[in-house]
Design a protein. Structure first.
Length: 98
């Protein structure tokens, strides 16, 4: 995977900008992936975001959080693929059904 150009778009959508010390707040990178492609893209976003001065933790599968945790996040980027005939990936079904 090469460099992504998604951070400028994410920043415009979220209304945020990096500073020398990072942004005001943590950016959560969340993914739902059946075959691993969305997880790879999530890791690419983390690496690129950190290089651009954003405070990004490790990507999290959507099954690893609940609605309360999701609502507590100020900034989040979702990387989600579908599987089969538009079904949600296994590692996000729990949150999707919640």
């Amino acid at each position: 995977p090469g460099q992504l150009s998604s951070w400028p778009l994410c920043c415009r959508v979220l209304g945020m900008a990096p500073t020398g010390n990072g942004v005001a707040g943590h950016v959560a990178i969340l993914y739902g992936s059946q075959t691993g492609t969305s997880e790879e893209v999530a890791w690419d976003l983390v690496r690129e975001g950190r290089a651009k001065g954003f405070q990004c933790g490790e990507p999290q599968a959507l099954n690893d959080i609940d609605l309360q945790g999701l609502c507590a996040m100020k900034f989040a980027v979702f990387v989600v693929s579908t599987t089969g005939q538009g079904d949600p990936p296994v590692n996000m079904r729990k949150l999707w059904q919640e």
